[in-house]
Design a protein around this ligand. Structure first.
Ligand SMILES: [Zn+2]
Ligand SMILES: [Zn+2]
Length: 416
């Protein structure tokens, strides 16, 4: 018996309607990023493993468990975009020009771990990185940009959580305090967290283990570790968010699982997603450049997960897909119908036709399924008078118009 093939677990096939929606989201995001002055870059899917162990951090889930390795090579399928964009920035010595760079990218990312709901092996990110400024305005700008994208594509119910880790020395101080607080309660933590406590105590905070969360929730993590400068920065950010009418929740337990974050961190969640509820996250990463062998240059950014957004929006009505469907009453008119089809396409509208000799009723059903806004019907009677029927599928009205006026009439109606 012939075997059957399936897509690899943790990957998804986008059917045409999903692909269309996916493209729409990409296009909307592109437009908004450009409006904010960000330039698009496209980087390879393959990168050196060490870029992420040095950049993202050795004791992080991404590097410890989730990298998609290429057998026998020190190469991985990229798990995220930030370290890669910084690699590009350093490789091209962009810092020498002492400029400020704003990049965005769209593309697939990969994880090697066992797939589960909301965690795919291949997924897509829209990411934004602003490199070369420590200004709090840029932190505020990327959150605003992120919200504008989500609003535009229809993610209305969302929650913004923000926190600050402070500068590198604040973070270090926090890490030491946290370790002291947790060391006596080591027995209550999971095995992973026992290890984390030694190497990277901050990671204990976002452990998903219930028992660990209970321990963490009993700690008071509020801003004691912050220096006055970092405290002011965070207050400034909160007031900027208020000015922009962006609601937020201050979440001292939000630390993000990656080593490179300092100061501002944020996460956007949707209650429609359950436990894997983040649709996007980001923050400031002023230390990443240095840990990748570059100079000390501040940067900030975020990434949105497209598959998770698609999950939320799956119940939202999709935009109409086709401008016009050409239906013919009998086969003798097919040749003329086919020629009208070409005229409509040449005028710049999307149009389709019946290739299966269906009845008029059958053709109208196809038109409906394809989401056609208009149907041009070519009937015997109208054919004799050089005219045709133009049916508006949205309000089910129809009218008879002259054949040679079709394109003009379509143009008028498409505008409104
Ligand atoms: Zn500080
Ligand atoms: Zn744990």
């Amino acid at each position: 018996m012939m075997r059957k093939f399936f897509n690899v677990r943790g990957t998804s096939d986008f059917k045409p309607s999903e692909t269309l929606f996916f493209q729409e989201i990409n296009q909307q995001s592109r437009n908004i990023c450009k409006k904010f002055g960000y330039e698009e870059i496209s980087l390879p899917i393959l990168e050196e493993r060490e870029l992420f162990s040095k950049g993202v951090g050795e004791v992080t889930d991404i590097v410890e468990r989730q990298m998609f390795k290429i057998e026998g090579k020190d190469i991985v399928l990229r798990p995220e975009g930030t370290a890669q964009v910084i690699r590009y920035y350093l490789q091209n010595s962009l810092y020498k020009q002492n400029d400020f760079y704003k990049f965005f990218y769209l593309g697939p990312m990969f994880r090697g771990e066992r797939p589960q709901k909301g965690r795919l092996r291949q997924f897509h990110h829209i990411g934004v990185e602003a490199i070369g400024s420590d200004s709090i305005y840029i932190d505020a700008e990327i959150i605003c940009l992120c919200f504008e994208i989500l609003d535009k594509i229809g993610v209305t119910e969302k929650e913004l959580k923000i926190n600050t880790l402070g500068c590198a020395s604040d973070k270090e101080k926090f890490s030491v305090t946290l370790k002291q607080a947790l060391i006596d309660r080591k027995d209550e933590l999971c095995q992973d967290c026992e290890k984390r406590l030694e190497k990277n105590p901050l990671r204990v905070i976002d452990c998903k283990n219930k028992q660990c969360q209970k321990v963490v929730n009993s700690l008071n993590l509020e801003m004691d570790h912050l220096c006055p400068d970092c405290k002011n920065r965070f207050n400034d950010l909160m007031s900027l968010l208020k000015d922009m009418n962006i609601d937020y929740t201050y979440s001292p337990h939000l630390v993000r699982g990656l080593d490179y974050y300092t100061n501002t961190v944020f996460e956007i969640t949707s209650n429609k997603l359950g436990s894997q509820d983040a649709i996007g996250a980001g923050g400031r990463y002023n230390n990443l450049m240095k840990s990748l062998g570059g100079p000390e240059i501040p940067a900030t950014g975020f990434a949105l997960g497209l598959e998770r957004i698609l999950l939320i929006l799956s119940d939202i009505q999709r935009a109409k897909k086709l401008d016009c469907f050409v239906a013919v009453m009998d086969k003798e008119n097919a040749k003329l119908g086919f020629s009208i089809l070409r005229d409509i396409r040449n005028a710049g509208f999307s149009a389709d036709f019946d290739y299966k000799n269906k009845s008029l009723k059958g053709q109208l059903r196809v038109a409906q399924k394809k989401g056609a806004k208009f149907v041009v019907i070519l009937g015997e009677e109208e054919y004799k008078n050089n005219s045709l029927v133009l049916k508006n599928m949205e309000n089910s009205t129809q009218e008879i118009i002259k054949y040679n006026e079709l394109i003009e009439e379509l143009k008028i109606r498409m505008k409104s």
